[in-house]
Design a protein around this ligand. Structure first.
Ligand SMILES: Nc1ncnc2c1ncn2[C@@H]1O[C@H](COP(=O)(O)OP(=O)(O)O)[C@@H](O)[C@H]1O
Ligand code: SF4
Ligand SMILES: [Mg+2]
Length: 328
């Protein structure tokens, strides 16, 4: 099966007053048709920079300094803005944590949805408006016609996120990238929106790349999981394999910090001590070393990926021992 998205050896840097910072360090991963792949990791690990570079939406100062991003077999990094525009919002779409930043405040919802559908699907105004209305109903907005007439700031956070999803799905994309789409919403709305994404995924046969720091959401949504730490991909595995046999100490710690995923009922919830290092591109050895209970001298050497099972990759020289240790 050919991958719908294949990212190889991607390096992303930002240049500023202090010189060049490598935010995403030679990561590789793929998404298959119909799959939900979750990228997890604490704040500042490079999840958003990864998704923005796939979309070609890195802001000023940011650039992809090596690697390739193949979407449906074509290299997005080699495309012109015009070619990219034809794919974005059509076959490949993205929803963000805060929909207000991606909705235009001076146009009504109906206006912006209709325009986007006209541009991407080549429909007439009335047909496009009818499709917008149908999509708003589909994402569970009770009075879709009234929502069409409103401006974004007059909607609640949950309603705006539904509008964003409707817009993202308006041209039946084959891949939806969602960057912490429900972090700002309360848990009930979050659950509804995730249900909705799963339903639409089944119906449209699309793939989803979901970025989150919430392992509970991962359990609910993912087929496969990618764990990022300090700009690197440190573990990749199918979701059950990852939950049953986490091999990287960071993944183990992330799973221990979530209620209800590990087995013991009397377990005390833990958080991971310490912080993601800020200037992580200066660290040549394992970047998790200063927080890791398994650390040894050997960990100060550069770490490489090891395949420990079919589709299970880990970047830790002690993964074999770590994976068999139930005590930490
Ligand atoms: N616009 C930017 N300019 C400079 N550095 C940035 C910029 N955006 C992100 N970074 C850096 O890239 C790293 C990864 O950030 P990000 O991808 O936003 O993390 P995450 O989404 O996992 O919380 C961080 O160290 C952050 O400081
Ligand atoms: S390489 Fe060493 S320090 Fe890094 S995660 Fe593995 S055991 Fe811990
Ligand atoms: Mg982010």
């Amino acid at each position: 099966m050919s991958h719908i998205l294949e990212v190889s050896d991607l390096e992303v840097s930002f240049s500023g007053d202090g010189g060049k910072n490598i935010s995403v360090d030679h990561i590789s991963f793929y998404v298959d048709p119909g799959e939900v792949v979750c990228i997890v990791g604490e704040s500042g690990c490079g999840k958003s920079v990864t998704s923005l570079s796939v979309m070609g939406l890195l802001g000023r100062g940011g650039s992809v300094t090596s690697g390739s991003v193949l979407f449906e077999g074509k290299d997005l990094l080699a495309m012109t803005e015009k070619e990219l525009d034809q794919i974005r919002g059509d076959r490949l779409t993205m929803i963000f944590q805060d929909p207000l930043t991606s909705l235009n405040p001076v146009f009504t919802i109906g206006n912006q949805m209709t325009e986007s559908i006209r541009v991407h699907m080549g429909l007439g105004k009335e047909e496009a408006a009818a499709r917008a209305l149908m999509l708003l109903k589909k994402v569970g907005l009770p009075d879709a016609a009234a929502v069409m007439r409103r401006y974004p700031h007059l909607l609640s956070g949950g309603m705006r996120q539904r509008v964003m999803i409707a817009m993202a799905l308006s041209c039946s994309p084959s891949l939806l990238i969602a960057d912490e789409p429900t972090t700002a919403l309360d848990v009930t709305i979050q659950a509804q929106i995730m249900e909705l994404i799963l339903e639409l995924k089944e119906e449209l046969g699309m793939s989803v790349l979901l970025i989150t720091h919430d392992m509970g959401l991962v359990a609910q949504m993912a087929d496969r999981v990618l764990v990022m730490y300090a700009g690197q991909m440190i573990e990749q595995a199918p979701v059950l394999e990852l939950f049953d046999h986490p091999a990287h100490p960071y993944t183990k710690a992330l799973l221990r910090s979530v209620p209800g995923i590990m087995d013991r009922r009397d377990r005390v919830l833990e958080s991971i001590e310490g912080m993601v290092p800020e200037q992580y591109d200066m660290i040549t050895g394992c970047r998790f070393a200063d927080r890791c209970p398994y650390r040894r001298d050997i960990c100060s050497r550069p770490q490489t990926d090891t395949m420990i099972m079919d589709s299970h990759l880990v970047r830790c020289c002690r993964a074999g021992e770590v994976g068999n240790d139930a005590s930490k």
